[in-house]
Ligand binder design. Sequence first.
Ligand code: LLP
Length: 423
Amino acid sequence: MDHFQYRDGVLHAEDVAVPDIAAAVGTPFYCYSTATMTRHYQVLAGSLDGTGARICYAVKANSNQAVIRTFVELGAGADVISGGELRRAMAAGAAPDTIVFAGPGKTRDELSQALAAGIYQFNVESEPELRLLSAVAAEMGKVAPVSIRVNPDVDAGTHEKITTGRKQNKFGIPIDRAMEIFDLGASLPGLAMLGVAVHIGSQITDLAPFEESFDRALKLIDELRAAGHEVSRCNLGGGLGIPYGGEAPPPPAEYGKMVKRLTANRQLDLVLEPGRVLVGNAGILVAGVIHEKHEGRRFIIIDAAMNDLIRPAMYDSWHDIVPVRAPAPGAALTEADVVGPICESGDTLAKGRHMPPLAPNDLIAVRSAGAYGAVMASTYNTRPLVPEVLVHGGQFAVIRPRQSIDDLLALDKPPPWLAATLE
Ligand code: LLP
C-alpha cells in the first residue's frame, strides 16, 4: 500500500496535491512519501519481531540523506557499498556501529575509512579482499569485524543484470571454499571472523530461492561451528521484490515467517539489507507533457527521460504511468508510447500504455520510482539532475534542488591551451 492516491480526481502524495509541488519546483521531479517509507519499514520490522534482526537499509536504493535519516529515526542501520555511501550514511545520522559495508571491490582507502569509523561489519567477498583488510587493519592497530559473503550458487529467478548468487556472477566466495577462507581469516591478524552473509539478487518475487540460499548459509554456519569457529552473525542480504505491475512478490510477513522458521534456536545476530522493498513504492517521478506526436503510432513526449530514470532502458523494467489528473469519465484511452526527449530509441519509459488524451503541460506520474531512480540518474544530453521532494503529511520539502545548467557547465575545466578561447 502506498500514499499516492487520487482525491477529487487529482493525484496526491499523502495530503499534498502533486500539481502544487509541480507549481513550486517545476518538472520533472522525484517525490517521496514519508508515510509510505514508514509503513514499509514497520511492516518489515514487524515481520521479524522477536528475532532481534537488525535492518540495515541498503542506501544504494535511494541515498538522499533525508531518506536515510527517515529510516535511521525508525531504527534502521545502513548497508553501504562505497566510501561515498559510508560518508552519506554517517552524515545522515547512522551510527557507525549500525553500518555494514558490502561490495566486491572495496579499495584500501575505503577499508581504512570504514575501520577508522568503527563500522559494525565488513562483508568480505574474496580472498584478496580478506588479505587486504587484514593488512590495513593490522597497520591501523584495529580489528575488523568480518562476515564472509558466500556465493551459494542459487538462481534468484530475477533479471539477469541484478542476479548475484550464481557461481558465474562476480559476487561472493564460492560456498564450497568458505571453510578454507574462514580458516584463513582466523589465522590472519586484524580480523574478527564473525559471520556469513548472502545476497542473491534484487527484485526477487519468489520465496524459494531466498529459502534455498539461507538454508545453505545456515548449514555452512553449522559446519563452521562444528569446526570450532565461533560464528555469531548471519547477514541475509536484501532483494525482496515489490509489485511494479502484475508481480505478486511474497508479502514481508511471509518472508519474516520463513526467516524465523529457519533461524529459530540458532543464536545468531541477524542482519537484513533491504532497499527496494522499503523505498520502491514510496516514490514517483512526475513529468510534464511536452506534446503528443501521432505518426501511425501515438507518442507522448514528456520532459523526463532515460537519464532521469534509467530502469526501463537498462532492465526493460515496467513502471506504471498515470495521469496526475484522473481522466474525465468516459475519456477514450488509446495506446501510446511514453518517451523522453533524448536522441535514442532506448529513451522510452513505457510502451503500448492505455492513456487518456494529454495536452502540453499536463502532468504524468511514473510510479514505483523511489528505488534505483534518482540515484541512477545522469546528466546525459546536458540534462541537469532533477529535484527530489519529500512529503510528510501536508508538508513537502525540496530535499535536493534542481541542478542548474550553470552548475553543469562549471564542472568542465578548459585545458590551458584552450582556456583563452573558452573564457
Ligand atoms: N545488499 C547487497 C549486497 C546488494 O547488492 C543489494 C542490491 C542490496 C542489499 C539491496 O537489494 P534490494 O533489497 O534493493 O533488492 N539497479 C537495480 C537494482 C540493483 C541492486 C543492487 N544490489 C534496479 O534498478 O533494479
